[in-house]
Write a protein that binds this ligand. Structure first.
Ligand code: SF4
Ligand code: SF4
Length: 84
């Protein structure tokens, strides 16, 4: 499933550069994750890189965006294809 950033975010910027899918950007108040681009890092890394670096642990699974690993991998394939 895609991840989401809760309002505990302190807008430190660190996660933005770790995301291999350019899924994280600054929203109106805090950083936000584009669910169309978040693959939970499937295809790139074993674990979500944004979660690993967030100093306040405010990145959590979005229950409204449940996706099996296979679907996340398909998303990864779509995203990398458009980059070529
Ligand atoms: Fe980007 Fe990976 Fe975090 Fe999703 S889990 S927002 S793909 S770093
Ligand atoms: Fe917000 Fe965490 Fe990203 Fe920093 S690393 S901008 S606190 S979500």
């Amino acid at each position: 499933m895609a991840l989401k950033i809760t309002d505990s975010c302190i807008s430190c910027d660190v996660c933005v550069f770790e995301c291999p899918n350019q899924a994280i950007s600054l929203g109106e108040e805090i950083y936000v994750i584009d669910p169309e681009r978040c693959t939970e890092c499937v295809g790139h890394h074993e674990t979500p890189q944004c979660v690993a670096v967030c100093p306040v642990d405010c990145i959590v699974p979005d229950p409204e965006r449940r996706e099996e690993r296979e679907l996340l991998y398909q998303k990864y394939l779509r995203l990398t294809k458009t980059r070529r």
